[in-house]
Design a binder for this molecule. Structure first.
Ligand code: SPD
Length: 316
């Protein structure tokens, strides 16, 4: 049995009547033994996994839960929304990282905003040419918990000297960076909330454009065209108003609301955008479980027609 860290919150609603005087050991045992269903509730639907809670903690920003499941391995939920799981994380992380990184001949300097589970950093670190990654995560508890409990996602990324972790607000970070500083900026954030909504704003995208080198690439998770349609549309519109070229790819993260998800890529260099030119592309393809160039070329053609129509109407 894994020892709970000191900061474990002990009053689980799913654990029945916990007596104040119970020993930490007893409570520990009960949390690990009790199987529950944990659901993300979204507009009258529920997306649930069955398992045992091994971490439940309220950080300064959000409630963090790690669920140990049989079918999905470990799964991370923040403020009632699924973020990632051992089983499904590659559908998300490979699709955020490789369309961007495979489009540049060589990449050295990367900014990741969010990404506290380490999955995005892990995919970036596969590229030998990468010399520096600044990972800017607002909530240090996510990284602490990921290091302890989500090692199958980070796969040693935290020990790689090229990765520098900074606990800071992503928007504040970009404001303080020099022009043309990064080759690639990747936004691996949660759904818009009180503390993350700035990462979906046009002013944030403008700052990102300023700190990316002229032919560099910006990439962001861009929510679901089905379950978060308005946010999805706004992301694409705002990016189109900022960068010269913007493309969205669609794929699946089965336990996110509606299952269909998207990632949007933007650049001011229209000529070399999404051109599959990276010198390490063959070995990267071999290392992936989901992404490859074929998968990507289909995924960039999958914009649902209703989204296409809304975006075309807005152009007029
Ligand atoms: N609705 C969930 C959106 C979450 C996007 N970020 C996931 C973080 C995985 N690194």
């Amino acid at each position: 049995m894994i020892e709970l860290p000191k900061y474990q919150v002990l009053n689980l609603e799913h654990s029945g009547n916990l007596q104040k005087k119970r020993s930490h050991q007893e409570i520990n045992k009960q949390m690990h033994e009790k199987k529950i269903w944990l659901d993300e509730l979204h507009e009258g639907s529920r997306y649930g996994l069955e398992g045992k809670i091994i971490v439940k903690k309220k950080s300064s920003f959000q409630e963090i839960i790690v669920l140990e499941t049989k079918a999905h391995g470990r799964a991370l939920m923040l403020d009632g929304c699924w973020m990632t799981s051992d089983k499904e994380e590659k559908y998300y992380h490979e699709c955020l990282v490789h369309p961007a990184l495979s489009s540049l001949h060589e990449i050295s300097n990367i900014l990741i905003i969010g990404g506290g589970d380490g999955g995005t950093a892990r995919e970036c670190l596969k590229y030998k040419s990468v010399a520096n990654i600044d990972l800017v995560e607002i909530d240090n508890e996510i990284v602490t918990i990921s290091k302890h409990y989500l090692q199958q996602i980070s796969m040693g990324a935290w020990n790689d000297k090229r990765l520098k972790v900074h606990f800071s607000d992503g928007f504040e970070w970009v404001k303080n960076i020099n022009d043309n500083y990064y080759d690639v900026v990747l936004i691996d954030c949660s759904d818009p909330s009180q503390f993350s909504s700035g990462l979906f704003s046009k002013s944030f995208y403008k700052e990102c454009q300023r700190i990316i080198r002229k032919d560099g690439i910006f990439a962001t998770q861009s929510e679901s065209p089905e379950s978060f349609q308005n946010i999805h549309i706004n992301i694409i519109k705002s990016l189109r108003e900022t960068f010269k070229r913007v493309e969205t790819m669609y794929s699946f993260v089965p336990f996110y609301p509606s299952g269909i998800w998207s990632w949007t890529f933007a650049s001011d260099n229209v000529k070399s955008f999404l051109k599959e030119v990276n010198i390490e592309i063959n070995s990267i393809e071999k290392s992936c479980d989901i992404w490859n160039l074929n998968y990507q070329s289909g995924a960039f053609k999958m914009m649902p027609n209703k989204i296409y129509k809304i975006l075309s109407e807005n152009k007029k």
